[in-house]
Design a protein around this ligand. Sequence first.
Ligand SMILES: [Zn+2]
Length: 331
Amino acid sequence: MSAYLKEMPKVELHVHLEGTISASTAVELAARHGISADRLPLVDGRFPDPFSDFEHFVAVYIAISKLVREPQDLRTIAAAFARSQVEQNVLYTEVTFTAGTHIDNGMDERAMWEAVSDGLGQSGPGHEIHLIVDAVRDKGAQDGARTVALVEASSAPIVGLGLTGIEGSVAEREFRILREAATANGLGLAVHAGEAGGPGNIIAALDDLGADRIGHGVAAAREPRLLARLAAEGVPVEVCPSSNVALGLFPTLEDHPFPQMLAAGVNVSVNSDDPPFFSTTLTEELDIAQRLTGLSAAGILDLQRQAARSSFAPAETVERVLSAIDAYSID
Ligand SMILES: [Zn+2]
C-alpha cells in the first residue's frame, strides 16, 4: 500500500466502537470475566470470514459487544480505538456508540459515559473523536426514546444520533423522535439505510426522518433516480466497501458500486465500519477506493475534505481539520 495513504490526514464518519473490538481483545475481555475462549463466536481465533449473512454478522457482533461488562472494558476498547485512529492520522472521527447495549448489559450510566469519554480522549486534541449514539431498529421504537433520554442526560462529546440495525424490522418513521431530538439539541442524524435493505429504506430515511447523512446507501446504485436525487441534494453517504463484501452484498470489491456513486456526483466518504470484523482499516479502505476508481492522491485528499464538511463537528473544528488537510503536501 502506498505510504502516503498511511500518512495522509484523514476523516472518518462511519465506524462502530463495539465493532473495533479485535478478536484478541475479545479473548482478553472474555478472560477478564472468566468466559472460556471456546465460547466466543470465533473460528481459529478469528472472526468468521465470510459471515453467512447480515443476521450472522449481527449475532457475532452482539456476542462480542456483550463482553464489554464493566466501565474498565469500555475504557480499554475506546483507548485502543483512539490509538488506532492516531496511528492512521485520522484528524477527526465520529464513532457510533450503542449506549443501550451497555445499559442492557448492566453498566452504570454515568460510569459508562466517563469510561468512553476517557478512553476516546486519549487520542489527544490533534485527533478528535466525537460520538454518534445510535438506536437499533430491531429493538423497536422504544429504543429511539431510550437513546434520546441517554444522550440528553450525558455530558460526553456527542455530535449526532444514529439509527442502525436490521432494515425492514421496524419502519424508519417509528423513530421520528430521533429527528426531533437531533433538531432540538443541535445534533446531526445519521441513518444506516440501503445496506442490506433497498432503495426504499434510503427514501424513508430522507423523507420520514430527514436524515442528515446516509450510512452505506449502496442500494441507491440500483435506482438511477435515487442516485441523482442524492447527488442533487448533496446528501453525504458513508460508504464502507469491505464491510459490504464481507456481508455478501456484493460478490467482490470489483462489483462494489463506489465508483458508480462517485461518478454520479454523490457526496461519498470512505469508512471502515467494523474494521477487525472485516480484516480492514480505514487506510486500507482508502487504498481500495483508489484502486476501484483510479482517483489520484489529490482526489483521495479531496474526499477527506468532503468528509470533514459532512461531519457534525462544530464549524471551528471543521476549519481546523480543513487547514491541516490543506497544509499536507503530496510529494
Ligand atoms: Zn455501520
